[in-house]
Design a protein. Sequence first.
Length: 161
Amino acid sequence: MKYKNKILILGIGNYLMGDEGIGVHIAERLEKETLPLEVDVLDGGTGGFHLLEYFELYPNVILIDATLDSNPPGTIRLIKPKFAKDFPQAMSTHDIGLKDMVSALQIMGTIPDIDLFVVSIESIQQQGIALTPEVEAVVPLIIDKVKTLMHELLANEKVLG
């Protein structure tokens, strides 16, 4: 059963691998803010099938994740993936698990409305919990974009499930 009037903000990434953990950093910061009651925030870690139930429960999911692409580090893009093939070619270390999960949701006919914020990073080889200056600098902008989208979804009838 899906929740009514619910949005899940889901940060994906490996916190111990620097910029690759940008989604988790965003989720942690949003958890400290006062958000509407209709919105939940989750640190999704490295993704995969353990997140399947969340995608089944929420009619709207806002994902935040790192991507390896040719854009400068800190570039933010919003993608509306409908199918696994719609995710960026070079997602980070958890790419296969997330794509497989979306494929499973499609087969089950329970895929939610997904908005994916991807943040370009330079490398997944970086060790440590700190973000690089280029990525840290865009954190407030990502949070603003997520909150703006959240408010748009809440104002839109499609959030009613």
